[in-house]
Design a protein around this ligand. Structure first.
Ligand SMILES: [Zn+2]
Length: 437
């Protein structure tokens, strides 16, 4: 049988079933789907192709999913570091945003972010930012998969002037993109402290109607929780419960301030957690109790957050950080093993986005979102266990090739759908403009 593409790897980690490492296997791809996975010697007898990729020193894994980004903020990378969250937001990020964010900023910032993410093995990102239509257009034109957030926030921005306009524009974006093969939409109310009760209730109702996820920063800092108790008499999670926001649709980002009652609430409503370990560390926000959440059967995935608070969009790096801080925090070296953090960056993230039937693992019938990582390097040899090596002894520079829906967007570390010179130009132009104030 003739097929579009055969990728053969030294190792293949399908993620589902977990802890499985296949050796010398091929992924058979036709159009945008995985048609078969079988030993390479059998594949060469059963299938033929004009596009054979032999990656004899590589591990093949499903595309990584970055479940929390503000992609366009790449243009603010390194603008204001080593500051407390509210000082950082109130005195640096929000003023810079009100001055510079427009359609061009979002287009250019997204280009830079997407290029960085592809070179780090990320094939899907879950974004929250203004001008989500632009983020969708840029990402999909590059060939990357995206879930764009239909942002809702109480104050006026370049994207919308009031609550009604945020909803109207969000609905328009959803309607125009709902059938696009690389684009999904979610509601993205920014945070409990920036969105009031009425719009939050509306988000809950509309998300149900449109059957889309809700993506929100929740319990990021102690300050946020205390402020809610002061203003509303209850913690943010409790308030969200009363407004109908807690459900399996919800991707609750950060969640560093959780006690037993909060965790019971999360478990009761099957809320998905997005853990952003490096952003939480950098802003000293606190620690998400990932092991307790996972042990309670709660779905946890990983996100980088925006470039201004991380400062890289590196999910392989987040996997290692998540594993290490969980072990330290729990004083338990068995906490969050390598396979668990790989699941958090793939299948768990896909489940949270309600996309597990399409992405998150290398399985027959799923979309061909495949990443090849070279493990035969000085840094990663010898390879006893490719999953362990991936998490503890390799980095994103070893990602060589990336396919999304069967289309190659990274080839031997070269971006196939973007001009590197243009990216340098974008970064330098915005650097001059933003530094000028
Ligand atoms: Zn964020």
């Amino acid at each position: 049988m003739h097929v579009d593409l055969i990728i053969s790897g030294r190792w293949l980690v399908p993620v589902v079933p977990e802890n499985m490492v296949l050796e010398n296997h091929s992924v058979i791809i036709n159009e945008d789907r995985i048609l078969d996975i079988l030993p390479a010697d059998k594949a060469s007898k059963k299938y033929s192709t004009a596009n054979q990729q032999d990656l004899n020193t590589h591990v093949l894994i499903p595309g990584l999913i970055n479940n929390h980004t503000h992609a366009a903020m790449s243009l603010f990378k390194g603008l204001a570091d080593d500051l407390p969250l509210m000082d950082w937001l109130n005195n640096h990020i929000w003023p810079a945003e009100s001055k510079h964010v427009n359609r061009q900023f979002v287009a250019d910032g997204t280009r830079l972010a997407v290029a960085e993410m592809i070179r780090g093995g990320i094939t899907t990102f879950n974004d929250m930012y203004f001008f989500p239509d632009i983020t969708a257009e840029i990402a999909s034109s590059i060939g990357m998969r995206v879930c764009i957030g239909l942002i809702v926030i109480d104050f006026p921005t370049a994207w919308a002037n009031d609550t009604q306009e945020y909803f109207d524009k969000g609905q328009q974006v959803h309607d125009s993109l709902r059938h696009h093969p690389l684009i999904k939409t979610a509601f993205a109310p920014h945070a409990p402290y920036t969105v009031s009760d009425q719009p939050l209730q509306k988000v809950a109702v509309l998300a149900e109607e449109l059957d889309i996820p809700i993506h929100m920063h929740i319990h990021e800092t102690e300050f946020e929780v205390n402020q809610s108790i002061e203003n509303h008499g209850i913690k943010p999670l409790k308030r969200l419960e009363s407004l109908g926001l807690l459900s399996q649709r919800l991707l609750a980002v950060h969640m560093t301030q959780l006690d037993k009652a909060d965790i019971d609430l999360i478990q009761k409503y099957n809320v998905n957690i997005v853990h952003c370990p490096e952003s939480n560390l950098k802003l000293a926000a606190g620690f998400c109790p990932v092991k307790t959440l996972s042990d309670s059967g709660i779905n946890v995935s990983l996100g980088t957050d925006g470039s201004a608070s991380n400062n890289d969009l590196n999910i392989l790096g987040e996997m290692r950080t998540a594993a290490l801080i969980s072990k330290g925090l729990e004083r338990d070296p068995c906490a969050l093993p390598a396979m668990e953090v790989l699941k958090m960056a793939t299948i768990n993230a896909a489940k949270a986005l309600d996309m597990a039937d399409q992405i998150g693992s290398l399985e027959i019938g799923k979309s061909a979102d495949v990443v090849a990582i070279n493990l035969e390097t000085i840094e990663s040899l010898p390879v006893y266990d490719p999953i362990s090596q991936l998490v503890y002894a390799s980095d994103r520079n070893q990602v060589t090739d990336v396919w999304v829906a069967g289309k190659q967007i990274l080839n031997e570390r070269a971006l196939t759908t973007m001009e590197v010179n243009q990216l340098h130009h974008i970064a330098k132009t915005w650097h001059s403009k933003i530094s000028a104030g």
